[in-house]
Ligand binder design. Structure first.
Ligand code: NAD
Length: 354
């Protein structure tokens, strides 16, 4: 099934369904592409090669060196490949890392992008690009970066291991949870955020119980689209700031960090935004949205403690300092002591501080 999404003057074509990757050639031609370069991580090079084979003469190469956090040196190597192959279109198959590489190339040369997401991270729905250079991650927003076509093929997400399925889903849910109290939210963004959260609350238990259930996989991919789209439409706050700090400065893995931090950040902000977060309580049951998310994550067997992701207790002071140096809008005032306490609870895997 196809739907077109209008965002200001930008239009994104979104395709859902099992085996929809068969339409890649038609999508490339619709974009006017005749020379497609296929992108992937080294781990998903087989998927990239299969797409190149499927495209035949429409594909001019594969570049399978995408990495987490979009290092600029990888993008520069890919740009050389783009020039050598004279590619006029990009196909990114994978999670946020591969999508990030495609977006980084498009930022530099405005090539059209077809993205085939295989996680729930939601990067394919945004005009946001994070890039890393000399150990520093910076984020920009640019219309060139937004992909033209997204193909959510449910058959391609069934290979995502259950543990990654859960953490990636919680990563997506984090976009929607923070959208509920964003200062620039609208009725439309709140409805979209709730559509995304509902899709995961209903669909994730089914996927965990039966990872090959294509209907449940498609339902969760629709959730990923809603959560990713709302991420592009409103500003994020404490949760995303903490995850950015923990990933950027301590090398913690992206989706797992989101999964652990989410209940703690939402419980923190429920002190000031309980009304805005009430729909989460209604969806999951319970009186505090953060605690309700903690229970849901536990039921899904998500990682619950930052210490299990490799963060040392001795790093908590520096993490609290880094996450509170620059002020940013957040419902509950951000103080160094309160964030230090939040991080301690998240590090130990305790229930969130309400
Ligand atoms: P990822 O893309 O790094 O994938 C993790 C690993 O899983 C990779 O090795 C990948 O090849 C593999 N994988 C992916 N799908 C698979 C599948 N179906 N089967 C088997 N293996 C699979 O992880 P991610 O969490 O999707 O993306 C994280 C990155 O995305 C981070 O760099 C983050 O900053 C970025 N991101 C950006 C935005 C944005 O709007 N700019 C939004 C969300 C995430």
């Amino acid at each position: 099934m196809t739907q077109s999404v209008q965002k200001s003057d930008l239009s994104v074509r979104v395709v859902f369904g099992a085996a929809t990757r068969k339409s890649i050639a038609a999508e490339v031609q619709r974009l006017g592409g005749t020379r497609a370069l296929v992108l992937a991580t080294p781990q998903q090079s087989n998927e990239a090669l299969a797409i190149a084979e499927q495209l035949g003469a429409l594909a001019v190469g594969v570049f399978c060196k995408a990495e987490m956090h979009t290092p600029v040196h990888v993008t520069e190597a890919a740009m050389v490949h783009v020039a050598e192959t004279k590619a006029d279109c990009l196909i990114a198959i994978g999670g946020g890392s591969t999508t990030g590489l495609g977006k980084a190339i498009a930022y530099r040369n405005d090539l059209p992008q077809v993205v085939i997401p295989t996680t729930y991270a939601g990067s394919e729905c945004t005009s946001i690009l994070g890039q890393t250079e000399d150990g520093l991650k910076t984020t920009l927003r640019d219309a060139r970066v937004l992909p033209e076509v997204i193909i959510y093929d449910s058959e391609l997400v069934i290979t995502l291991p259950v543990s990654m399925t859960v953490t990636s889903a919680l990563n997506a849910m984090a976009h929607a949870a923070e959208a509920l109290y964003a200062p620039d939210r609208t009725e439309k963004t709140t409805a979209l955020a709730m559509e995304g959260l509902r899709a995961f609350v209903e669909g994730l238990p089914k996927v965990v119980a039966s990872p090959n259930d294509l209907a449940a996989r498609e339902a969760t991919q629709r959730g990923a689209w809603a959560c990713g789209t709302v991420l592009d439409q409103v500003g994020m706050a404490l949760h995303h700031k903490l995850c950015h700090t923990l990933g950027g400065s301590f090398g913690l893995p992206h989706a797992e960090t989101h999964a652990v931090v989410l209940p703690h950040a939402i419980a923190y902000n429920a002190r000031a935004a309980a009304k805005e977060l009430q729909p989460i309580c209604e969806l999951l049951g319970g009186e505090n949205a953060g605690t309700a998310l903690y229970t849901f994550a536990k039921q899904m067997n998500a990682p619950m403690a930052l210490r299990d992701l490799g963060l040392k207790e001795a790093d908590l002071d520096r993490a609290a300092d880094l996450a509170t140096t620059k002020p940013y809008p957040n419902p509950q005032p951000v103080t160094r002591d309160d964030i230090r306490a939040l991080l301690q609870a998240a590090w130990a895997g305790d229930t969130p501080i309400e």
